[in-house]
Design a protein around this ligand. Structure first.
Ligand SMILES: *Cc1c(COP(=O)(O)O)cnc(C)c1O
Length: 571
């Protein structure tokens, strides 16, 4: 039997030298005392097997515990693995999510059945839901406090209520408190009262030793003994022990880190909120922020500018969210400067037909063939363009009806639409004209544009046909917003600015900093009414019936030969 294991993708390579706001490390580095101690390490300390006792004793004193309650681990991660291996192997555990993904990874490796409890509205701690989930069949409850990536802090009362219920049900509790220094408190004092409790700490965060892999799990003496039987006696390198020892000697380093971090969490939260970004309250050294439809673009643009943040949008409840580690004031200001730049970038809105997609062999062909079907008379591209250039015929069914009417034939709109759709989409085994469409946007240019600007589509196409084209040409991913026929109430199609206004609103874009690219007079009029800059694009396969002049007279500020010239409008 094969089973898919959850995997965690670590940092890999290429992060050093960048502004690393993606893994909640201490971006100040570590205490100079740690570096001094490492530099003066002796040959013997490297050539001998590591001895843990001295450091364990000092760490226990720091935590006000007995050394026999402390098990040193290779980072907090090994502690999670040991506890889950002991208390969740093949059993049921409760995990409030979204949370640190290693819990799922180790749960999956040890065959635990994870019962997810979602965080409450506004990502508050789901105390009641956890209490409800704790029953005699549950073996382990894991709580990360403060939680990563939400920053949520559970109160001491909430934690003790969970411990009480768990004790009643014979259930073990592990608290991951690797961010506790930033919250200003931990749960060590509860160990005396609760034999069913382990707490995990790490030197990776406030102490700044993530590269050395040093952590611990503290519990009752009995539990510590049990867990240590499963751990490797040489799980910590001698240099990590030396560094940990020195780190404990410099509590000022941690105190300063915590003080500055808290100030900067406030700074970044306040500034992001002024930009309209929702920021969740955080008790740790990071903030979780919801960037809405701009999330991917913010993430990508920051990355290209050497600022790494964490994309957590695939976590449950965290769609459109990024997690940002809070560093020094300078680092925060650099981040905010770039975020501001991205969020105030203009939005580029496009008409679809004739601009993004060459429809001279599809919709225009369907217009001609439908009109010919009902009238028996031939219809030329010039005839079609002449109707299109009048105002008020923004959908192609209306254009077709008009051409039929002009030839003195009366046919209901319903019949026109039916015939037209048959020809466009295909029917009875016949391929439709839609297959003749051609994508006009250079894919490299589109990709580059989408990583720098917000892109949207405002089209008179039915939604399904708009998305079918975007799927067919693999372009859906690049657009933040698509406004189609069904999004606009009757009578609100172009030249009414309704669709453009709707797109601006959905994208949170400012009209005066945005552009609409279209190929008809109604496109230009709609753009002008919406207060965005109107740019005319001459559609392929259309005879130049002085279109350029007509677009200009309606208010187009630029005329382009093709959508691939879009960057000219910024010049
Ligand atoms: C970073 C982190 C850890 C583990 O860190 P180590 O580097 O393995 O010590 C554990 N839990 C949470 C919630 C974390 O964010």
């Amino acid at each position: 039997m094969t089973k898919t294991l959850q995997v965690y993708s670590g940092p890999g390579s290429g992060r050093l030298g960048k502004l690393r706001l993606d893994f909640n490390e201490n971006t100040r580095g570590c205490s100079t005392k740690v570096l001094d101690a490492l530099r003066s390490a002796s040959a013997e300390s490297v050539s001998a097997y590591p001895e843990q006792d001295e450091f364990r004793k000092n760490l226990a004193r720091y935590l006000r515990l007995k050394p026999t309650q402390v098990l040193l681990t290779n980072g907090g991660d090994e502690a999670i693995r040991l506890v889950l291996g002991e208390y969740a192997r093949g059993k049921k555990m409760i995990l409030p999510e979204p949370t640190y993904s290693m819990f799922r990874v180790y749960a999956s490796a040890t065959g635990a059945r994870v019962q997810r409890v979602l965080y409450a509205n506004d990502l508050l701690f789901p105390e009641q839901a956890i209490l409800n989930a704790i029953t005699p069949g549950v073996s382990l409850v894991a709580v990360v406090n403060p939680n990563n990536p939400t920053g949520t802090l559970a109160s001491r009362r909430q934690i003790t209520r969970i411990l009480d219920k768990a004790l009643e049900c014979g259930c073990f509790v592990v608290l991951d408190e690797v961010y506790s220094q930033f919250a200003g408190r931990n749960s060590v004092s509860l160990l005396g009262k609760y034999p069913n409790l382990s707490i995990i700490f790490s030197f990776s965060k406030a102490f700044g030793l993530a590269g050395l892999r040093l952590g611990c799990v503290v519990s009752s003496e009995r539990v510590t003994r049990m867990l240590s039987e499963k751990s490797d006696p040489y799980n910590i390198s001698s240099l990590s022990l030396i560094a940990g020892e020195a780190a404990l000697q410099d509590v000022d380093f941690v105190r300063t880190t915590v003080k500055e971090t808290k100030e900067n969490v406030r700074l970044v939260s306040r500034e992001l909120e002024l930009l309209g970004v929702r920021v969740f309250p955080s008790a740790a050294n990071f903030v979780l922020a919801n960037f809405g439809s701009s999330a991917k673009r913010v993430f990508e643009t920051l990355r290209r500018r050497g600022i790494l943040v964490r994309d957590v949008s695939s976590y449950p409840m965290l769609e459109d969210c990024l997690r940002i580690t809070i560093g020094t004031k300078d680092q925060c200001l650099q981040l905010l400067r770039e975020v501001k730049r991205v969020l105030s970038a203009p939005a580029f809105l496009f008409d679809m037909d004739g601009v993004l997609v060459d429809v001279s062999k599809s919709y225009r062909q369907a217009i001609a063939k439908t009109a010919e079907f009902f009238t028996g008379a031939s219809v030329s591209p010039i005839d079609i363009q002449a109707v299109k250039e009048k105002t008020g015929f923004n959908d192609d069914w209306a254009v077709t009806s008009e051409l039929i009417k002009n030839r003195g034939v009366a046919v209901s709109r319903t019949l026109v639409v039916k015939k037209f759709q048959e020809l466009y989409l295909g029917s009875g085994g016949c391929k439709g004209f839609c297959e003749q469409e051609r994508w006009l946007f250079d894919s490299n240019l589109l990709q580059r544009l989408s990583s720098e600007f917000r892109l949207g589509i405002v089209t008179g196409r039915p939604r399904q046909e708009a998305f079918a084209a975007l799927e067919r040409f693999k372009a859906k991913y690049f657009f933040d917003c698509v406004v189609s026929l069904e999004d606009c109430p009757a009578g609100k199609g172009k030249p009414d600015p309704y669709g453009i206004n709707l797109a601006l609103e959905r994208m949170g874009a400012i009209a005066s900093a945005s552009f609409y690219f279209g190929d008809s007079v109604d496109d230009v009029s709609a753009a002008v009414s919406a207060g965005v800059r109107a740019v005319g694009i001459l559609p392929p396969g259309v005879p130049p019936v002085a279109l350029e002049n007509r677009l200009r007279s309606k208010g187009a500020t630029n005329i382009l030969q093709s959508v691939n010239e879009v960057l000219e409008v910024l010049a």
